[in-house]
Design a protein around this ligand. Structure first.
Ligand SMILES: NC(=O)c1ccc[n+]([C@@H]2O[C@H](COP(=O)([O-])OP(=O)(O)OC[C@H]3O[C@@H](n4cnc5c(N)ncnc54)[C@H](OP(=O)(O)O)[C@@H]3O)[C@@H](O)[C@H]2O)c1
Length: 236
């Protein structure tokens, strides 16, 4: 049975993605900091007959990526799908952003996915359908006021995902970036209390894109999905 790792699976988009991969019969490795939420999701998964390993980890710590891959492989013996979904937002002008917060945002949003990919590649190479999906953001391409630390971390994620896709293409590993606009989760409500929640993308819509990417058989290469909220401007 194939195994998928989903970071930031305790709530929001990551939880929706984990439940979608459960429907597709993957063994699940779910990662987050909140033990209680991890345990709740594990119970939900096991009630439907699924298999699940919880890993309580802070992705801001240097040791986390290697430990997650080591534990996933020692439990399930293989890795077929890696979804780097966990992320943290930060809102503040450049003049208010200190080095500590900048480092923290970059370590969770860019460094951890980078080193999770690096550590997973040897195992993904052995899979018959290896897929890496990185959850970026519209701010991985654009700039919004007061989001410089968050935007630069997502630009870094965009940049390394593009290179990774080329570097592992010959190994048959498919690498995709999904860049959403506002998604209806705690993060959007905290970061953008000004926007109308009616038009926000639902977490399940991101999970459906993940389903498409892990199940598709076509020859063509899909690098990037950009999905924006309803009131976002077309081609903006
Ligand atoms: N919501 C939006 O509008 C939006 C738009 C574009 C892109 N995104 C991206 O989508 C992804 C999912 O975000 P979301 O909207 O679902 O946010 P969310 O509801 O706030 O969920 C964030 C997830 O990341 C985990 N996480 C955060 N910091 C972590 C850390 N240091 N170590 C381990 N896990 C950590 C959280 O788990 P714990 O708290 O349990 O650790 C939680 O499961 C993020 O990469 C985000 O940047 C979101």
């Amino acid at each position: 049975m194939q195994t998928a790792i989903v970071t930031g699976a305790t709530k929001g988009t990551g939880k929706a993605i984990a439940l979608k991969l459960l429907e597709l019969h993957y063994n699940l490795v779910i990662v987050g900091r909140t033990a209680q939420l991890l345990d709740q999701l594990k119970s939900e998964i096991e009630e439907t007959g699924g298999r699940c390993l919880t890993i309580e980890a802070d992705l801001g710590l240097k040791k986390a990526p290697d430990e997650i891959i080591r534990d996933a492989v020692s439990h399930f013996g293989q890795i077929d799908v890696l979804v780097n979904n966990a992320g943290m937002s930060y809102s503040g002008a450049i003049t208010e952003t200190d080095m500590e917060i900048w480092n923290r945002v970059h370590s969770v949003n860019a460094r951890a996915p980078f080193f999770l990919c690096k550590a997973a590649i040897p195992y993904l190479k052995k899979s018959f359908n290896p897929v890496i999906i990185n959850i970026g953001s519209v701010v991985g391409f654009k700039g919004y006021t007061h989001q410089s630390a968050y935007a630069s971390s997502k630009h870094a994620l965009t940049g390394f995902t593009k290179v990774l896709a080329k570097e592992v293409q010959e190994d048959g590993i498919k690498v995709h970036l999904i860049s959403p606009g506002g998604v209806d989760t705690d993060m959007a409500r905290e970061m953008r209390p000004d926007i109308d929640t009616e038009g926000l993308i639902q977490p399940d819509e991101i999970a459906e894109i993940v389903e498409f990417l892990v199940t598709r058989k076509g020859r063509g290469t899909i690098d990037h999905f950009y999905i924006r909220r309803q009131s976002g401007l077309a081609f903006d």
